[in-house]
Design a protein around this ligand. Sequence first.
Ligand code: APR
Length: 173
Amino acid sequence: MQVVETDITDLRVDAIVNAANETLLGGGGVDGAIHRAAGPRLLAACRALPQVRPNVRCPTGQARITPGFDLPAHFVIHTVGPVWEGGGEGEPELLAGCYRQSLRLALENGVRSIAFPAISCGVYGYPLAAAAAIAVRETRAFASTHAQPARVVFCCFGAAAARIYRDIVDREA
Ligand code: APR
């Protein structure tokens, strides 16, 4: 389990995780950065994914996988985090699901190294420390029963986020 401070689109891992929205048709933040770096084929691949409801290709708390196209990463795992509503609307369980489902898809696709951004901690407003604690807890739980992905990277945008993640990773080691 590593904490790095960089742009997730630069990471040479088997899969990077995208903090997407339920349409899977792109957006701002890390979603925008990943689509820009992956090229237009990523949007085409997302558009081709089946809608489970009108305009919903990936419900909140679930994950979908596509190729990484022009990215260094071989796959993009798109997951949709909850919008923070104060904590009483099931946000912690939904966010935990994002990590569990992303790791499950990674395992099923032979992914050995995966990088996560701080899902829901930007536009969706989830408090970073609480979200990072869920990220580390769910990753540790998955690793306790699965050998892969063997390498998990928490990719932070900025020193403050990296410090929070490092404190949590070190504290619960
Ligand atoms: N690399 C790594 N982390 C990044 C990058 C990047 N290039 N760009 C942004 N981040 C960080 C943000 O600083 C934040 O900590 O990713 C985290 C998630 O922020 P958002 O990208 O805003 O994602 P989220 O809060 O989950 O909101 C998702 O935003 O972009 C739209 O389409 C997306 O509607 C969806 C919503």
